[in-house]
Design a protein around this ligand. Structure first.
Ligand code: MG
Length: 252
């Protein structure tokens, strides 16, 4: 099932995407969602970010080839940081340049959306807590990341967390092709099977520290091929079995 949020008649509502059509979601997205009345053709509705997280927990340096391209190694434990809810935007939304930055990069990532409160999740149990998967772009101001000593504005500025296009609930995340295109040209192309720390491990680890609420998001790190995204550029993240997330950089 593909769970989306759409704007219809000025109101944000949950939806279910089926083929080329979107239907209203009846019940709760977290438990037993059902298809309701049609909302319209997929091509004509405005998709929003598919959830409203209270926080986005992010993992850095989780693909060996990406760690190598930054001159680093995968750390012995997952490297975690946060993006605030105000960083989240949906498919097609503008990513707005952070004032004063000289270099902002795209990062294609697999995102995991929680459906239940999760704390101290044991190894092997993560599927009981996961609603499904979507695409993310971990937009990153590299100069701020290097210079600031922590990553709050480098990775958490407004619009720096595009998510979408919807949450795919029927998916095994272990071996999915993940790619990214800058203005239509392939820049990242890898598989989630190359994750250094897999989703089962990441969820057991992060929930030692953070309580994840329904709709909260984990983004799992980016594969090799990172590069800059300048005003006017469009970056498209595609993950096998999910779909594509496209966003354009603007000067703001
Ligand atoms: Mg990242």
């Amino acid at each position: 099932m593909k769970i989306a949020r759409v704007r219809t008649a000025g109101e944000a509502v949950w939806g279910i995407v089926d083929g080329e059509r979107v239907y209203r979601l009846e019940g709760s997205p977290w438990e037993n969602p059902r298809r309701g009345a049609p909302l319209g053709e997929l091509a004509t509705v405005q998709l929003l970010a598919p959830c409203e997280p209270t926080k986005v927990v992010c993992i850095g340096l989780n693909y060996r080839a990406h760690a190598a391209e930054t001159g680093q190694e995968v750390p012995p434990e997952p490297l975690m940081f946060l993006k605030p809810p105000t960083a989240v935007v949906g498919p097609g939304a503008d990513v707005v340049w952070a004032p004063g930055s000289q270099r902002i990069d795209y990062e294609a990532e697999l995102a995991v959306v929680f459906k239940r409160r999760a704390k101290h999740v044991p190894r092997g149990a993560y599927k009981d807590y996961v609603l499904g998967y979507t695409c993310a772009n971990d937009v990153s101001a590299r100069d701020f990341q290097r210079g600031d000593g922590q990553w709050a504005r480098a990775k958490g500025s407004d619009t720096f967390c595009p998510l979408g296009p919807w949450i795919e609930t029927e998916l095994d995340p272990g071996n999915l092709r993940i790619s990214g295109k800058l203005n239509g040209e392939v820049r990242q192309d890898s598989s989630t099977s190359d994750l250094a720390f897999d989703i089962d491990f990441l969820i057991s680890h992060l929930t030692k520290y953070f309580t994840m609420e329904p709709g909260d998001v984990l983004i799992t790190g980016t594969p090799a091929g990172i590069g800059e995204m300048n005003p006017g550029d469009e970056y498209e993240v595609t993950i096998e079995g999910i779909g594509s997330l496209k966003n354009r950089m603007t000067r703001g």
